[in-house]
Structures are given as structure tokens and as C-alpha cells.
Design a protein around this ligand. Sequence first.
Ligand code: AMP
Ligand code: GLY
Length: 429
Amino acid sequence: MAINVLVIGSGGREHALCWALSRARDIGKLYCAPGNGGTGDVAENVPLDGMDFPACSAFCRDRDIGLVVIGPEAPLCAGLTDHLEGEGIPAFGPSAAAAALEGSKGFSKDLFAKYNIPTAAYGRFSDAETAKAFLREKGAPIVIKADGLAAGKGVVIARTVEEAEAAVDDMLSGRFGDAGAELVIEEFLTGEEASYFVLTDGEHILPLATAQDHKAVGDGDTGPNTGGMGAYSPAPIITPSLEREILETIIRPTVQGMKAEGRPFRGVLYAGLMITAEGPKILEYNVRFGDPECQVLMARLDSDLLDLLLACRNGTLDKATPRWRPETALVVVMAARGYPGTYDKGSEIRGLDAAAAIEGVTIFHAGTRREGDKILANGGRVLGVTALGRNVTAAQAQAYRAVAAIDWPEGFCRSDIGWRAVAREKTGA
Ligand code: AMP
Ligand code: GLY
């Protein structure tokens, strides 16, 4: 039976989800709200705001939507899943109570402590003097985090105690609103970062894939942090035995802990990990697919995405077995010049068809809009140029071939996405 699906969001993640859903066996009508210049090719874009809950449920009733797939964290943390399910509309994504795993760093750190999940040592503070006393006692480097959602800007790695004190004052100054009313201060961990994605229905855990992303704007991981300038999957640093360790010491206790707390987690659990000399530790959870990581996951997925998301929503994940293509996928993000600072919108992007014709390449749109036959830049991160290859080196070469075919002088990208894994492949390590 055909199922009508509504995807909420407008990034590369949502284009990748729509692209995969459009190929599902049982897909009926597919909508994306509000979508972008790319989602319009595989779904119908609708001018709906994911934070306007009554408008979303009214749309779903009117169009007989059988599943809403919620991409970003903001509507999840605000309770869109609870609202839709309360109206009898099936939704993929955690309840607000479960989304606190991303929405409150204090909540998640307390959960890790209670269930013995390896993480950085920490303290929670709402008062500057107590926070500074703690800082002075611990010394630098040290990490200061706003408790709530801060669009990726709520983390400061302080190299000196002075810098740490300034970060405490800045965050408690009200710049982040309620998100900064409380802080987590934690031990600085060293190691290599990697991500791990699983689906869970609150009970069963279905491992999806590993990935590594590149947060810094510049080559060699220099310059300010962004939402992500590129990623690849799988991440060779996560060996099969390390993956088992992550599942048993981090993911399973989290899923069981959330159930025991009366906040069963249903949806994608995205673990941001530090692989330290003492083993893997959890830096943070996100309660949604990563962006751009979702683009490489969808490029590799060789199973029906709608079946997987429905099994997750319906509590039958134990019966699901995703298949993955044998290749590695790598995405290079093209952004508007100036990002993550100020940038212009409206420049035209040419050469997309030629780039997409390159073998193994799929181009996902993020901040774009269509105007007649033209694709115009409409945001900071604009395109995700995604390629498959037999290893990271091959996928990287193919992705940059496609980047070279894109004619967009107002854009830029990093030239070294995948460098850690490429270096490993060179030395055979
Ligand atoms: P988060 O939003 O908590 O993932 O933090 C954003 C980024 O800050 C992470 O991807 C890490 O690069 C860095 N980070 C966060 N916490 C720590 C930590 N305890 N030690 C070292 N780096 C960290
Ligand atoms: N790429 C990082 C994120 O989606 O949060």
C-alpha cells in the first residue's frame, strides 16, 4: 500500500532523505517542508514551518500523510513528534523527553554518569563564581558548553584559564538565551573523533554506519567551526572490534538508560565519539541524522529507507536488516564565500548536470532555490557533492572531479576532505 510521506527540513540531509525515500517500494506522494532547490526534483516542496505544529498536523490530515520524517533537532526538541503522534499521525523521530539527549548537555552528562557510560569528567553550573572556582581547580585546556541548543556554537575549547573564564562570562551573559543559562564544564579529551549512527525503537538497536566529518572551515582543520564541510563513511578508524565496544559500553547502556528513565528513545541516535588512548568516549549525542553525514549514509544504503524508518517508528527494528553498498562514500560541501561568517545569496550555480553525470556522483542540495531553469545559492552550505569509490582515496578523487565541473565562482570548498583516511590508505595502516 502506498504511503504518503512528509519530510521536515531544508538541508542536504533532507535532500538525501527525500532522494532515498523517493526510491522506496511503498512510497506514495512525497512532500518536503520547506525543502530546497534539490528536494523539488524528488518531492513536492510545501511552504510549511516545522515549528508550527498545528499547521503541520492540519497538512498531514489533509494530505493523508502516513509518516512524517523530522530532519532537524529544533522541532524534535520542541515536541513535534509528541504533537503529531497525539493527533494520530505517525512520526519518525524521538519525543521531546527523549530529544533532551541533544537538547540538554547537562541531562545527557548526568545520564552518562548514572549508567556508567564513558565520557569526559564534568560539572554543571549556573553561577559564574562557582564555575570559575571549578575551572581554576581543574586548569586548562578545558571545555565550556552551553546546556541547550546553540546551533553548533555553544562549545568553547579553552587553551588557558583566562580564556575559559571569558567563555563562562560570555555564555552566562544571555547571548544564548535560555540555552546558556546553565553550563557544562568538562575535561578536554585527546584522540581522534568519529561518529556512529544507529536506529533504535527504544528497545532494539540497529547499527547503521560509521562516519567522520570535518567541522573546521579550512584545509588541515583550521579556522572556525562550521556545521560540517565534508564527511565520509565508513570511517576506517572504527574497526569491527571497536564498533562492538562502542555498542556495548556506550550505545546499549544509553538506550536502556533512556528506557529506565521513562524516556524511551525512538529514532536515529548519532553518537559523537572521541577515540582516546583509554578507549571510546562519548562527547555528545545528536537525536537526528548528521548533515552532511546523512548524505554519505544515503549514498551507501542499499535497502528500502521507508521500511527502515517505519520499523523504527513501529517498534519492529529486530526484524530489519539494512544492506550497504560495498563502496565508501565521501561528500565535499560547497559553501558560499564568507561562510561561516556573512555571505551573499542569489548567485547562479552552473554545471550541475555535468557534475552529476560523473560516475558514482550524486549532488545533494542544501541552501539552494530554483528560479525557472536556474539554481541559485540561498544559504551558507549550498551543495553536498557526494561520490562513491572503492576506498576513501577513490571516492575523494571522484568527488573533486565533480566539484571541478561545477561553475560557481561565488562558492568554495575544502580541498582535503577525507585526509586522515587517505593518509591511512597510503601507508596501509
Ligand atoms: P559537541 O557539540 O559537544 O560535539 O562539541 C563540538 C566539538 O567540540 C566536538 O566535535 C569536539 O571537536 C569538541 N569537543 C567537545 N567536547 C570535547 C572534549 N571534552 N574534549 C575535546 N574536544 C571536545
Ligand atoms: N555534521 C554535524 C551535525 O550534523 O551536527
